[in-house]
Design a binder for this molecule. Structure first.
Ligand SMILES: [Zn+2]
Length: 157
């Protein structure tokens, strides 16, 4: 089966967030096993399906703070330094473009409001910073476990 079809067949698109329905990591991130039997974090895989390979060292984060969500509109790419800067300044749009690798998938949903306070993430601002910190730690932990164990959760079918 085509890898794209197989991937999206595991996703529930009935809600605002597109939720991964197959195996998950302990932190709640979706786990996808590609044809090579390599384990991938589902949200990162979804991002790469849409935008191409994630540059080394870059993070894919959720604007919705929902770890199993794989909706492209809810995923943004950034560096660890970006994350830190976000948390302290919340001015990502103002500083990000000089990297030349920001893909702004969230623009598609809302039109380009670049640099304005109408960024779609703002409605989540109340809960965002706490969950983000948790998620980031979880993702780092998960990446480590993925590299030496193809079935860290034992939940894959
Ligand atoms: Zn979402």
């Amino acid at each position: 089966m085509d890898i794209n079809i197989r991937f999206w067949s595991k996703v529930d698109k009935s809600g605002e967030c597109w939720v991964w329905t197959a195996g998950r990591t302990a932190a709640g991130y979706g786990m996808f096993h590609s044809n090579t039997s390599r384990a991938h974090l589902a949200h990162r895989y979804a991002f790469e399906l849409a935008n191409g390979p994630i540059p080394t060292g870059m993070h894919v984060r959720h604007t919705c703070d929902n770890p199993p969500c794989v909706r492209i509109d809810h995923l943004v790419i950034g560096t660890h330094a970006d994350n830190m800067r976000d948390m302290s300044e919340r001015k990502r749009a103002a500083t990000g473009d000089r990297h030349g690798m920001r893909l702004h998938p969230d623009r598609r949903a809302t039109g380009d409001k670049h640099g304005s306070h109408t960024h779609p993430e703002s409605r989540h601002a109340a809960t965002r910073s706490h969950d983000r910190e948790t998620s980031q730690t979880a993702e780092a932990t998960c990446s480590l476990s993925l590299s030496d164990n193809h079935h860290p959760t034992g939940m894959d079918t």
